[in-house]
Design a protein around this ligand. Structure first.
Ligand SMILES: [Mg+2]
Length: 278
């Protein structure tokens, strides 16, 4: 991968813009939630979508297939978005459901609940007392947030996570923005979730152009999956090279600076889809 965030073209600027890349294909949209549809906030429960953004997403979902793909629990992100007409992939895609609430099965086979229960209880014991740390138990993973800890607290959280990983080969960690996400060590991520959804929803052929919007390291799996896909796909990075992750290699194709700009782009996309159907 030779691109970096600073080298990505801004998505809305013609002539090399995202909208002109769509051509006659039907976009299939995959949207991360935190940092993409909402600004990053100090506590995850405060990440609320604006009414404008909700209206844009609701509108787009009437025009094209649309899924929200989040690290959050599916029920959690579903209630934050508050729209029943979308697909939701929670826990980085471990848990997928459609508009009617029908679940879309993954086939990874093993029951990881006992492992996750153990991890949740170790974290409650050892990280629970750290001031500012926040444990977020989820259905298919556990997140430990350390945004509000001091340096000593953050180092302690890191040690506890390292200990858990050393003891459990079937556990892996995905680092995010001031958060460790501990999950079963199976070969599944947002990229696999997006490819799986394209497949089960019948969106795999060339008539559809999948476009993924995301702001974080975990979204790179989805950017890469689309970048390498024979029938193509585009990634839009939401953020700037000056942001929390700094400038780094990326498999995205375009960028927008923040969630507000992402909303403007999505609204333009809806407008353009309407025009093309007139
Ligand atoms: Mg995000």
């Amino acid at each position: 991968m030779t691109r970096t965030i600073s080298g990505l073209p801004p998505a809305p600027d013609p002539p090399h813009d995202l909208l002109s890349r769509i051509d006659r294909r039907t976009p299939a949209l995959f949207l991360d939630y935190d940092g993409t549809l909402t600004p990053i906030v100090a506590r995850p429960e405060l990440a609320v979508m604006s009414p404008d953004m909700r209206a844009i997403v609701r509108d787009l979902a009437t025009l094209v297939p649309l899924a929200v793909v989040s690290g959050r629990d599916r029920a959690d992100v579903e209630s934050l978005v508050g729209l029943s007409t979308l697909y939701y992939a929670g826990s980085h895609g471990f848990d997928i459901a459609g508009p009617g609430g029908e679940t879309i099965a993954l086939d990874h086979g093993t029951d990881f609940d006992p492992l996750l229960d153990h991890v949740k209880s170790v974290l409650a014991d050892r990280v629970g007392p750290v001031t500012g740390a926040q444990i977020e138990p989820k259905k298919a993973s556990v997140a430990v947030h350390y945004r509000n800890t001091d340096a000593q607290g953050a180092a302690h959280v890191q040690r506890v996570v390292d200990d858990l990983l050393a003891r459990h080969a079937d556990l892996k960690v995905t680092p995010g923005k001031m958060v460790f996400e501990l999950q079963p060590n199976i070969d599944w991520d947002k990229g696999k979730a997006v490819l799986h959804l394209l497949d089960v929803l019948g969106l795999g052929d060339e008539a559809f152009l999948p476009i993924y919007f995301g702001d974080d390291i975990t979204d790179e799996h989805a950017f890469a999956a689309l970048d390498e896909r024979p029938n193509g796909g585009l990634g839009v990075f939401v953020g700037t090279p000056e942001g929390e992750g700094g400038d780094r290699p990326t498999a995205a194709h375009f960028r927008v600076p923040d969630p507000a700009a992402c909303g403007v782009l999505l609204a333009r996309l809806a407008e353009r889809l309407r025009e093309s159907r007139r």
